[in-house]
Design a protein around this ligand. Structure first.
Ligand code: NAD
Length: 317
């Protein structure tokens, strides 16, 4: 059975599929040539990331040939999921595969922010040899994460992974979620030991009021959760982190809160206007920035490929 991995697949995922007798085609076929290519090459399953679209017209033109559509990652905006399912096609994704990579990026930003690394990495190459003492003074009032409170809004897969890591650092955790009430968090250690603890979620207001750092991890497109009113509820000098989706935090209000000193710093991996974020967000001296790389680690790519392979083996063998 032939599988077209049109937006690529990890070597480990490809190997696993091949070991189970599948043929994996890693050609990148242009969207408009996809229907013909699939027909001519007798492809039974297509794997995509976010680039390739699998819409109703493509599904119809293949007359039942496609047995499975796999999305490496979470969002399925590029696939007509309900229509595909109504035609008996399996539609699968890998929602848990990147939770750890996003959570680690949250802490990469956090560790960097509390010691002003995002700023010192820019200034040291320019002024490190001429203004060493001034820079030392500027960045000399950092804080530690231990003993601080991290507020997690959206306590699903990624939010819980953030909590797992925060426990290891000796942080207090407060979380809000509109569905999850009491969540059991297992914290595993490399030597096989683990501890389990319970987190009872609270209101978003309570999280905003009591946290030193607020990290948002809600699902669902188009929700603006934190604007001026919510920022005013936060502790003076607190920080915001958004690795969820652009627009969950109102960027204009965020810049005002940063410029006024209400909030000390913010970390953004996602932006209102991707792929051309607002220049004043990019130029703010108080923002730690990354270009939507939350899920983009080598390990997550491997997990995505292997998770897709496992599901395909189960469904199509
Ligand atoms: P998830 O579905 O496991 O968890 C999301 C949680 O948010 C759910 O428990 C839900 O009940 C809660 N929630 C939704 N709206 C809420 C609201 N208004 N108030 C309170 N709680 C609310 O999702 P996940 O896998 O943890 O992903 C979280 C976010 O991370 C998603 O927005 C996803 O798009 C994003 N993400 C970003 C990257 C990246 O590269 N930066 C990578 C993967 C996922």
């Amino acid at each position: 059975m032939k599988i077209l991995a049109n937006d690529g697949i990890s070597a480990s995922g490809k190997k696993k599929l091949e070991e189970h007798g599948f043929e994996v085609d890693i050609n990148k076929v242009a969207q408009e040539q996809l229907a013909n290519y699939i027909k001519e090459n007798n492809v039974s399953a297509i794997l995509v990331r976010s680039a390739t679209k699998v819409r109703q017209d493509l599904i119809d033109s293949l007359n039942g040939q496609l047995k499975l559509i796999g999305r490496g990652g979470v969002g399925m905006d590029n696939i007509d999921v309900d229509y595909a399912k109504s035609k008996g096609i399996h539609v699968i994704n890998t929602p848990a595969s990147s939770s750890r990579s996003v959570a680690e990026l949250v802490f990469a930003h956090l560790f960097g922010m509390v010691r002003y690394l995002f700023d010192s990495n820019q200034k040291m190459p320019l002024e490190g040899d001429s203004k060493f003492k001034e820079l030392k003074k500027n960045y000399g009032a950092g804080i530690e994460l231990k003993g601080k409170t991290i507020g997690i809004i959206g306590f699903g897969r990624i939010g819980q992974e953030v909590a797992r890591m925060a426990y290891g650092l000796g942080m207090h955790i407060i979380a809000a979620d509109r569905n999850n009430d009491t969540v059991s968090i297992e914290v595993p250690f490399a030597d096989g030991q683990k501890i389990t603890t319970q987190v009872k979620t609270t209101s978003i207001e309570e999280v905003l009021k009591t946290s030193d750092f607020v990290s948002v991890h809600i699902s669902g497109a188009g929700q603006t959760l934190i604007s001026k009113k919510e920022m005013e509820m936060m502790k003076d000098g607190a920080a915001l982190i958004n690795t969820a989706r652009g627009g969950v935090i109102n960027e204009k209000d965020l810049l005002e809160a940063l410029d006024s000193g209400k909030l000390r710093y913010a970390a953004l991996d996602v932006f209102e206007n991707e792929p051309t974020p607002a220049i004043n967000v990019l130029m703010s001296p108080y923002t730690s920035l990354s270009p939507h790389i939350g899920a983009a680690t080598m390990e997550a790519q491997d997990r995505i490929g292997e998770e897709l392979a496992d599901q395909i083996i189960e469904l199509l063998k």
